[in-house]
Design a binder for this molecule. Structure first.
Ligand code: ADP
Ligand code: MG
Length: 336
């Protein structure tokens, strides 16, 4: 069934290796990556007010990778996805997807890009599917717009892939929320996109159904080799992807890597490790919990130790009252 579905970006097995070699040799930023966001800024202006939705966001996604993006409401996730989908343009910064420079695309190229390079899945099923078309007709629609000939066959294969072959002739109103999202995934795949973007595709689903949808996206990623970026509120998405990027205030704040480890007695266990993101300018975001716990504000003292950097709260010196010197006293960035 699914093997019959052709895809241009099926993993060759060599892309990952060549990228890590490039990284080791200090190649240009983003070389080999399918998604490159370089210092992305998006400012929305409404009357006199400015909302900075993205403030210098960096993100690289490798070919055939599947990542999750998490973050509180208003952190800039949809803004990022709309830019990657070619629906919006950044105020500043660079963004390329599968070799397409999204900041300099004309109207015609943009239409072609949205039809052939990316596939999008939204939270609202009503935005994904036309209510008066059956599941298979919905999947065929993007292929009609693209002038493909093998539409019906391919649409049925895609519905098989997402586990909905038996419901091909159903209209959306006769499908459950989870089933509608499966159809939406098939629609997104219709024209063999290099990249699949999903903005909270499980936002209206219960946790069991959500888990199934993540698994379908996982299958799409593995079997077709499509790069998948899924934005979600579900913290448990981490279980389904190797890399989860957390966005805070329009920047990538942390990244969680998940891997399977084999213990000495042969058991496999999943290990998830979270890292703060250090950008190329040396900036990093401290987690809100750390900031609150030590009441960090305005400035901190840094001290370079043998194998780590310490961050100390800046305490006002009250010499007259004989208060002890602040912890980590010295200039802001003393070295040992
Ligand atoms: P998320 O998807 O993470 O909830 P968004 O990307 O939708 O966040 O929004 C990020 C910020 O940008 C928010 O403060 C939001 O109010 C603002 N924003 C998003 N889209 C617009 C818009 N079209 N006009 C004005 N402000 C916007
Ligand atoms: Mg959103």
């Amino acid at each position: 069934m699914s093997e019959a579905v052709s895809h241009p970006t099926a993993p060759s097995g060599s892309t990952g290796a060549s990228q890590s070699t490039a990284a080791r040799h200090g190649a240009a930023y983003g070389e080999g990556a399918v998604i490159v966001c370089d210092n992305l800024v998006r400012i929305f202006k409404i009357a006199d007010l400015e909302a900075v939705a993205l403030q210098g966001l960096d993100l690289l996604v490798e070919p055939a990778e599947m990542i999750a993006i998490i973050g509180a409401s208003g952190s800039g996730k949809s803004t990022l996805l709309n830019i990657l989908g070619g629906l919006d343009v950044p105020t500043a910064g660079k963004v390329t997807v599968a070799g397409n420079d999204l900041t300099r695309m004309g109207r015609r190229d943009r239409t072609r890009y949205r039809r052939n390079v990316v596939g999008m899945i939204w939270q609202q099923t009503s935005r994904n599917l036309l209510p008066y078309l059956t599941a298979v007709e919905n999947v065929e629609l993007p292929m009609i717009l693209d002038g493909r000939s093998d539409r019906r066959k391919r649409a049925l294969e895609l519905l098989e892939l997402v586990g909905l072959g038996a419901r091909a002739t159903f209209r959306p109103s006769h499908l459950s929320g989870g089933e509608q999202q499966r159809v939406a995934i098939a629609v997104a795949l219709a024209n063999e996109p290099a990249v699949v973007l999903a903005d909270e595709p499980t936002g209206e689903l219960d946790s069991t159904t959500s888990s199934e949808i993540f698994e379908v996206l996982r299958r799409v990623n593995r079997e077709l080799g499509a790069t998948v970026v899924v934005v979600t509120h579900d913290a448990f998405v981490t279980e389904h992807v190797e890399r989860t990027v957390a966005i805070r205030d329009g920047r990538t704040a942390s990244v969680t890597f998940r891997r399977t480890e084999q213990s000495e007695d042969g058991d496999h266990r999943i290990v998830a490790e979270e890292f703060a993101v250090l950008d190329r300018a040396g900036r990093l975001q401290l987690p809100r919990g750390h900031i609150d716990a030590l009441e960090l504000r305005d400035r901190v003292r840094l001290r370079l130790e043998d194998d780590h950097v310490s961050v100390f709260p800046y305490l006002t010196r009250k010499v007259d009252e004989g208060e002890p010197e602040p912890v980590g006293a010295g200039n802001g960035t003393d070295e040992p």
